[in-house]
Ligand binder design. Sequence first.
Ligand SMILES: *[C@@H]1O[C@H](CO)[C@@H](O)[C@H](O)[C@H]1NC(C)=O
Ligand SMILES: *[C@@H]1O[C@H](CO)[C@@H](O)[C@H](O)[C@H]1NC(C)=O
Ligand SMILES: *[C@@H]1O[C@H](CO)[C@@H](O)[C@H](O)[C@H]1NC(C)=O
Ligand SMILES: *[C@@H]1O[C@H](CO)[C@@H](O)[C@H](O)[C@H]1NC(C)=O
Length: 374
Amino acid sequence: MKSFVSAFVASVLVGVGVVNAASSNVIYPNNPLIWYHGRWDKGYGSWWAGTGFNLHVENLSSLSLQLGPNTTSPSLPIGVSVNYGAFATVDVKNGANVIPLSGNSTLTDSLRPSRPTSTVIRINVQGPGDNLYLQKIILNSGARLLPYTPSKLAFQFIGDSLSSGYLLPNQIDGAWPILTSDYFKAEPQTTVQPGACLTDRECWGNVHGISYQFFKLESTSYYYNANHNYTTDWDFRRDYPPTHIFFQAGTNDFSFQVTDADISARYDEFLTKLRRLYPRQPIFALGTWGWPNEDGTYGYFYEGVLENVVANKRTNGDTNVFFVNTRGWVAFDDVYDDKTHLNPQGSAKLAAHLEDYLKNWGLQPQKKWPTPIY
Ligand SMILES: *[C@@H]1O[C@H](CO)[C@@H](O)[C@H](O)[C@H]1NC(C)=O
Ligand SMILES: *[C@@H]1O[C@H](CO)[C@@H](O)[C@H](O)[C@H]1NC(C)=O
Ligand SMILES: *[C@@H]1O[C@H](CO)[C@@H](O)[C@H](O)[C@H]1NC(C)=O
Ligand SMILES: *[C@@H]1O[C@H](CO)[C@@H](O)[C@H](O)[C@H]1NC(C)=O
């Protein structure tokens, strides 16, 4: 987000007067110590599930978010994680929102009252169609923003409802991409859209497919947003550069009768585009885990298609793209009644299998997060 932040510093400073963040407990969105991730528009509005920001704060005892009027109405759920603990769901809305910070002892270290403590707060938007417009972050007096040091690992996920945690109570924060990222102590970026086809066509209310929308700042929900009913190119230089790419899509294409030949061509084109964007990063293409039945069998579709596309890429010299065979990773008990979407147990299972896969592949979790918490 570096280029984004510096690009808007000048104009925002003119608007609000000179802000001395070091001595103030009001933090404005242009503050370079806010570590943004995901996709944000020029008005500091978030798009896509999982978009958010991390803060590293000394002497933090209270946190409140002032959100703008274009924030999803009447409210939206965000995930709040204190010191890399699990994400708790908090509903926020236009105006002032006190963010509960309970649940972590390092915040109220009564054994060491005279010593400043520092806390990492991670905040993200849980649902795919929601927008959070950040106006101010208000900290207790005496709190001070410190730099946040991101992990050396950064995972970029591209997918549909099977990656976005659709039907999970905490949506993206309960989904396997976030679970796997946390396990490896990696910074996640989740450009995932439930209902979207890979093919650029309308599917389940998504006016575009992933093969189009991934290259845009806005998610497909722009079309239903009267305040921002347009889509603009995403400047990939604004991303914290991902180290590993995960791709999962095609289930919705199957529902809309996209043929094997067509989806094969779409997979091939999309992987080619990803390779152009990410020349050195390993790309993991996840095959379908199918639709589990009660009798232990599975419904499969596009059998062998993605596998063949990946095999062709490898034959043609790109040996840094991998087909991940997820068959058998989850079963009937691991999905909701729709026999499709992973329940909390299924998400955890899928994450655990993927973690094993990645460790066998040669990736090890970071020993610790690089931002020191004291
Ligand atoms: C909020 O929406 C209005 C249109 O209704 C637009 O003019 C304005 O720029 C938006 N504000 C932000 C911060 O994006
Ligand atoms: C509190 O922070 C520690 C790391 O300092 C973390 O391991 C733990 O999960 C957190 N607890 C909660 C409830 O968030
Ligand atoms: C921490 O903040 C409190 C107010 O919440 C203040 O009284 C205290 O002096 C601060 N401590 C340090 C070390 O800045
Ligand atoms: C967005 O624009 C399209 C036309 O381009 C229109 O059909 C749609 O109703 C608009 N959505 C909203 C919420 O205004």
